[in-house]
Design a protein around this ligand. Structure first.
Ligand code: ATP
Ligand code: MG
Length: 497
């Protein structure tokens, strides 16, 4: 139905895509897989008119087409939900959702109440309730993502492209979205899905195409669409699971939190993290994990409670003092909180390293940046390039590298490997473990159970703003985490203060 042939795209010295052929059939769900920087986003941007290729042809039903803008692609029924949020923050939800529809599907005047009604209907289909009059800036990343998806669906596309759309969503929302795609498939919709969660591909896609370093690496039909085969194609090597080779000290806690009360709530949070311990924070979206991490980092208002790092009290509601006391946060949303999009990789990295020295040695700074990028495996030829020239996963590595550059005693990670591929994840896990071995306390919020089960020594489960479980040893299981997250109770006694 839609096919690309001989697509090549270069950015300066970087070949993002080299001679790619791809066909998307009618009513097919195609997974596009590959490690960070392999060219997935570039390919779907070409497919949706955001980026013009250097060479190659796009055909729809056999006829060559050339897109010069996303609107031209939209007219042909191709809608993209981009990896980066594109909603306009100051506009209300319904205007964001209906924008493409109003501009390109109708010349007639449409009443506001109609637009609102249609918006509500689409959001209903997506299984979310969002006030259509709210400005998008007031929504969290999950809701903003649904606004993006609604905006793509409103034009009733033939081809829906989801570039990491699920990465900002929790498990329940992902299930709902994937079920919706399947329902729309029955009505003839084709979908190209990009996701780093392999289970989403194996459970939903009819076929997977794998890219590696901008080239076609292979293709898997549904019957061969298994984790093992996908990973091998993506990475081109086998991934080995790490095992921990040191014990967590049970001396005085590195981080201790007592009766922390967030502004506007009456719930109190008490927890601690030992020297060298990696503690997972599990729970559903909205359980309060991000809020807790933000409160600890001083960026969310706290009404009461005591936070100490190595026994020294950390003044709350003060992000700068939190940093000076050894707390570093890697925020959930790298675009609004983590990176300054207009700046270079170097400037973003060094942001955390030197600002108060006054005199900045740029040459040494660049060298530091280069060393750090090499250590994290960030593929870039030039650290002075804008940070947006990096792929999504590589941008995330810059944020983590920067947090670690401050040598924190306590590292607060909020969904650190969202959008990061398996190979790079492994690098990040190794770095986290290395830091923990050297005594750093790590508090890691993640919706990815594989991640929680894989690297955490202990798991705290949150539900509706409270810590409802403290799982250790054999009690750390997918079953127990899911049960507690959903508000259930374990039979055995697992939590007491
Ligand atoms: N605007 C740009 N300027 C310069 N280089 C770019 C630009 N966009 C992409 N690239 C480069 O092209 C390559 C492919 O990037 P792309 O974003 O397509 O990767 P990806 O597979 O989507 O990765 P991820 O999983 O991290 O999102 C990368 O090396 C990236 O740095
Ligand atoms: Mg991408």
């Amino acid at each position: 139905m839609i096919s690309l042939s001989g697509i090549t795209k270069t950015y300066g010295a970087v070949t993002a895509l080299c001679n790619i052929d791809l066909t998307v059939n009618r009513a097919e769900i195609l997974a596009l897989a590959g490690e960070n920087g392999s060219g997935k986003s570039t390919l779907v941007k070409i497919l949706s008119g955001v980026v013009v290729p250097d060479s190659g042809t796009i055909r729809i039903e056999g006829k060559p087409v050339a897109f010069h803008s996303p609107l031209e692609a939209l007219d042909q029924g191709i809608a993209l939900v981009a990896q980066e949020l594109t909603v306009l923050p100051h506009l209300p939800v319904y205007e964001n959702v209906m924008l493409p529809f109003v501009r390109h599907r109708t010349r007639r005047l449409v009443s506001r109440s109609n637009l609102v009604a249609r918006t509500t209907q689409i959001l209903d289909e997506l299984g979310v309730q969002i006030d259509p009059y709210l400005p998008v800036s007031r929504l969290g990343p999950v809701q903003q993502t649904f606004v993006e998806i609604a905006k793509a669906l409103v034009v009733e596309p033939k081809l829906l492209i989801l570039d990491e759309a699920t990465s900002r969503l929790g498990e329940k929302e992902v299930d709902f979205l994937l079920a919706l795609i399947k329902r729309l498939q029955a009505r003839g919709l084709s979908t190209v899905m990009i996701t780093h969660r392999i289970i989403e591909m194996t459970s939903t896609a009819d076929r997977a195409v794998v890219l590696r370093d901008g080239a076609f690496a292979g293709e898997l039909p549904q019957e061969r669409l298994r984790e093992h085969e996908l990973v091998n194609l993506m990475v081109g090597r086998e991934i080995v699971r790490r095992t921990k080779d040191y014990a967590v000290s049970a001396a005085a806690p590195r981080l201790s939190v007592e009766d922390l009360q967030l502004a506007g709530t009456h719930k109190r949070l008490t927890l601690d993290v030992q020297v060298g311990e990696i503690v997972g924070l599990a729970g559903l979206v909205g359980a309060g994990r991000t809020e807790l991490l933000e409160a600890l980092a001083g960026v969310r208002r706290v009404a009461g409670g005591v936070v100490t790092v190595d026994g020294a009290r950390v003044p709350v509601n003060n992000p700068r003092r939190a940093v000076l006391c050894g707390l570093a946060l890697v925020p959930e949303d790298r675009h609004t909180q983590g990176l300054i999009i207009t700046d270079s990789i170097y400037e973003n990295y060094e942001l955390g390293a030197v600002p108060w020295l006054g005199f900045v040695n740029r040459t040494r700074g660049r060298l530091r940046t280069r060393t750090a990028m090499a250590r994290f495996g960030v593929k870039t030829s030039n650290v002075l390039a804008p940070v947006t020239s990096l792929s999504g996963g590589n941008q995330q590595k810059v944020v983590i590298a920067r947090a670690l550059s401050k040598n924190p005693s306590v590292l607060l990670l909020d969904e650190p490997t969202r959008g990061v591929d398996i190979g790079a994840r492994d690098d990040i896990y190794q770095i986290i473990e290395e830091q923990a071995r050297n005594g750093m306390a790590v508090l890691l919020a993640s919706s990815d159970l594989v991640e929680i089960l894989g690297i955490c020594d202990r798991v705290l489960v949150m539900h509706e703003g409270e810590v409802v479980g403290d799982l250790r040893g054999d009690l750390i299981s997918e079953h127990n985490i899911a049960l507690l997250s959903a508000g259930g109770k374990l039979e055995s006694h697992v939590y007491a203060h």
